[in-house]
Design a protein. Structure first.
Length: 81
C-alpha cells in the first residue's frame, strides 16, 4: 500500500466490482499496533467520509485485510426511545 497520510483517500470499489465478492485475509499479527496500520485506518475513514459512506471495507480500497470502518451515529437517542 505504500506510505499513507490521513488527508488522502483511496478509490472505493462499488457494486458490482468483483473485489466485493472476494474474502479478505486476516490482519497480519505483526501489523497490529503499528504506525502503518494506524495510517491505513485513518485513510480508510477519510475515504468513507469523502464518499458519504457509513461503512467501508478495506477490501473495497484494495487492502486485502479484514478491516472495516463503520461510522458511529452521532446520537443513540433514536435507538433508545
Amino acid at each position: 500500500t505504500g506510505a499513507t497520510t490521513p488527508s488522502t483517500t483511496w478509490t472505493m470499489a462499488r457494486w458490482p466490482d468483483p473485489v466485493l465478492r472476494r474474502a479478505a485475509q486476516p490482519v497480519p499479527r505483526q501489523w497490529l499496533g503499528t504506525p502503518e496500520l494506524r495510517a491505513v485506518l485513518q485513510r480508510l475513514r477519510q475515504t468513507a467520509l469523502s464518499n458519504g459512506a457509513v461503512g467501508l471495507a478495506a477490501q473495497q480500497c484494495g487492502i486485502d485485510a479484514r478491516i472495516i470502518y463503520l461510522q458511529q451515529p452521532s446520537s443513540l437517542s433514536s435507538f433508545t426511545e
